[in-house]
Design a protein around this ligand. Structure first.
Ligand SMILES: NC(=O)c1ccc[n+]([C@@H]2O[C@H](COP(=O)([O-])OP(=O)(O)OC[C@H]3O[C@@H](n4cnc5c(N)ncnc54)[C@H](O)[C@@H]3O)[C@@H](O)[C@H]2O)c1
Length: 308
């Protein structure tokens, strides 16, 4: 399995590191436009190989897409991250141009690639990749829900006072502060509904802290987070590489599912060797359905700013 990661910045390098440490992949190519940057990150990571016990070969290149040829999976993390006080949506102008150009280059050298879109505003960037790549819709996956769900589980475990391994939960809809939908109705502690243990006030706290999870970190760090985003991407790459058929909420092109069409939104999907193998339809409460529709409306407005 050959994986290309475009953008050797905070998220790209973290993603390459987690992929390598899990040792399921033969080759990772890091690509960046900053002269020598990806080469430096790749060399630094390779010098952890004997310490961390992995055999994945990581190489770095500056803008040379010929070195990405034959990639099975490509991750797009190139673009600018948000600064404190910014929304993900404010990044669209710069990132749309970058994502479009990167997509064209990737597909030129790897026509059967599966693309994982990370750059923000992610749901709109995933939509842009659909409109410009010519790839089948199963081969384009937006990463947002995997990260937001990890943040949801972190907050659930905190509120429940239990280990994170005890909890399960999922976040769907848009990857945005206002639009994401943490599914409290489906969250569990060892199979028991989390709502059995948490007061309404605690439930609201978990939901609200999950929604501003990225903004909280951006305020603390001065830029957006990278460890959990990198780990979330690597989990999706592993599900593809190992054909795990894992159910992960991802931003995918909807064609009537969840009442929406011609839009990328976070919904539970089965991820395996072919990319998106199935969109899973789960029952939502009427309130959740209404929130999903509102979230889609907001994503559509941002999509409207795209110029192809
Ligand atoms: N979807 C998510 O859950 C999620 C989570 C975290 C960050 N993000 C987004 O991921 C993106 C990257 O974040 P980061 O913190 O790694 O930023 P960063 O600034 O650390 O890294 C971005 C890298 O992209 C490179 N780059 C810019 N233009 C390029 C091009 N045309 N070709 C190749 N490389 C190019 C830059 O040189 C830089 O090294 C941002 O848009 C951020 O908002 C998304």
């Amino acid at each position: 399995m050959k994986v290309t990661v475009v953008g050797a910045g905070a998220v790209g390098a973290s993603c390459a590191e987690y992929i390598a440490i899990k040792n399921f992949c033969s080759e990772v190519v890091l690509l960046d436009i900053k002269e020598g940057f990806a080469e430096g990150k790749a060399m630094d990571l390779m010098q952890t190989a004997s310490l961390n016990g992995f055999d994945t070969k990581i190489t770095g290149v500056t803008s040379d897409y010929s070195k990405t040829a034959g990639s099975d999976v490509a991750v797009i993390t190139s673009g600018i991250p948000r600064k404190p006080g910014m929304t993900r949506e404010e990044l669209i102008g710069i990132n749309a141009g970058i994502v479009k150009e990167v997509t064209e280059n990737l597909v030129k050298y790897s026509p059967n690639v599966i693309i994982i879109v990370v750059s923000n505003p992610m749901d709109t960037m995933a939509y842009l990749v659909h409109k410009t790549s010519g790839l089948p819709k199963e081969r384009i996956i937006g990463m947002g829900g995997a990260l937001d769900s990890a943040r949801f589980k972190y907050r659930l475990a905190e509120a429940l006072g239990c280990p994170i391994s005890d909890v399960d939960g999922m976040v769907i809809a848009a990857h945005s502060d206002k639009g994401m939908l943490p599914l409290m109705s489906k969250a569990t502690r060892n199979g028991v509904p989390a709502t059995d243990f948490l007061s309404k006030e605690q439930q609201n706290y978990v939901i609200e802290e999950t929604k501003v999870g990225g903004a909280t970190l951006t305020k603390l760090l001065g830029t957006s987070a990278w460890y959990a985003p990198g780990a979330a991407v690597s989990a999706i790459v592993q599900a593809i590489a190992c054909d795990q058929k894992k159910m992960i909420p991802c931003s995918v092109m909807l064609n009537g599912e969840y009442g929406e069409s011609d839009i990328c939104m976070g919904v539970p999907v089965i991820i395996g060797k072919n990319g998106v193998e199935k969109i899973v339809n789960i029952n939502l409460t009427d309130a959740e359905k209404a929130k999903f529709a509102d979230s889609a409306k907001a994503v559509r407005e941002v999509n409207g700013d795209l110029k192809f």
